[in-house]
Design a protein. Structure first.
Length: 295
């Protein structure tokens, strides 16, 4: 189609590198999940600790069935595309590839988490500012309808408790890598301003308390081996419970990506992405120190 935005996918070590193109152009996709106006044209494949070569081969074959050209050369992945989706599972690679692409004049969606550390997240934001790069970053959990409904029902909660999975990262911090989903829900509900984070490891995973300076409280429960997401928001006289149905999460997020690539404003502000990264960074430091850590 003449008006389709041609997208370059950077990275193949995450299922998202398959799930987003699937919603753009897989012929057997449920039409209700399709997002028109985007076409994955290229994909850059490279190794990380998060996928072995055999698994990457399988993903490459699937993308090629949908007409995606998979390459091991960045310049080939950038050729002829209008926009970039950085789908790199290992956040330790985010800064490097963002820096290599920031000066190209192409809008960028940087998939979760923003980076492996807050310092590198800030470096990404500064590189984008210096290059005038249009970009944004978030987890798909912000786009789950029940999460949005909860935030609309109680727009200024005094307390929020969220729960989610604690996957085991093959490299780096498991809290940063997979805790990002739950922390995105927390930040969507409570907004910015977190002051300190205390992490307690237990037999289930990790329980994390986020302190705010204005009598707000956030609690994040991360559980190993459970892939359920949800929580509740509370104000003085009212509470709203929710369970996250992930069936449309990728589709709703991809709609936001498309609208941004078409020239719309970033759906998630840089300051919000850095707030999430700051809490994740503090949670990992608190896990090591056993004490509250400043965001």
């Amino acid at each position: 189609m003449a008006n389709e935005i041609r997208v370059g996918i950077i990275g193949l070590d995450t299922s998202h590198a398959i799930e987003f193109p699937r919603r753009m152009q897989a012929p057997d996709l449920d039409p209700d999940l399709r997002v028109a106006g985007l076409r994955a044209a290229t994909c850059l494949r490279f190794a990380t600790p998060f996928q072995n070569e055999e698994q990457l081969d399988g993903r490459q074959a699937e993308l090629e069935r949908w007409g995606v050209r998979v390459t091991r050369k960045l310049e080939d992945a950038l050729e002829g595309v209008d926009a970039l989706m950085m789908e790199i599972n290992d956040p330790a690679f985010h800064l490097e590839y963002f820096e290599r692409c920031a000066g190209l004049g192409k809008p960028i969606f940087l998939d979760k988490p923003l980076a492996d550390t807050l310092a590198n997240g800030r470096r990404i934001a500064e590189i984008a500012r210096k290059n005038g790069t249009r970009w944004w970053s978030s987890s798909s959990l912000r786009y789950v309808p029940s999460v949005r409904e909860a935030c609309a029902a109680i727009p200024k909660p005094s307390a929020a408790t969220v729960y989610g999975a604690l996957g085991t990262a093959p490299a780096g911090s498991s809290i940063v890598w997979y805790g990002v989903h739950a922390f995105e829900m927390l930040e969507a509900a409570l907004g910015r301003g977190a002051r300190s984070v205390l992490t307690r490891r237990d037999s289930l995973g990790a329980a994390i308390v986020v302190e705010y300076p204005d009598r707000r409280r956030g609690v994040v429960e991360l559980t190993e081996g459970s892939w359920l997401y949800g929580g509740y928001l509370r104000e003085q006289e009212k509470a709203h419970h929710f369970t996250a149905d992930l069936a449309r999460a990728y589709t709703e997020q991809l709609v936001a990506v498309r609208d941004f690539f078409r020239g719309g404003p970033p759906p998630v502000a840089v300051e919000d992405a850095l707030e999430v990264m700051g809490m994740l960074d503090a949670a990992e430091r608190s896990l090591a120190s056993g004490k509250p850590e400043v965001v």
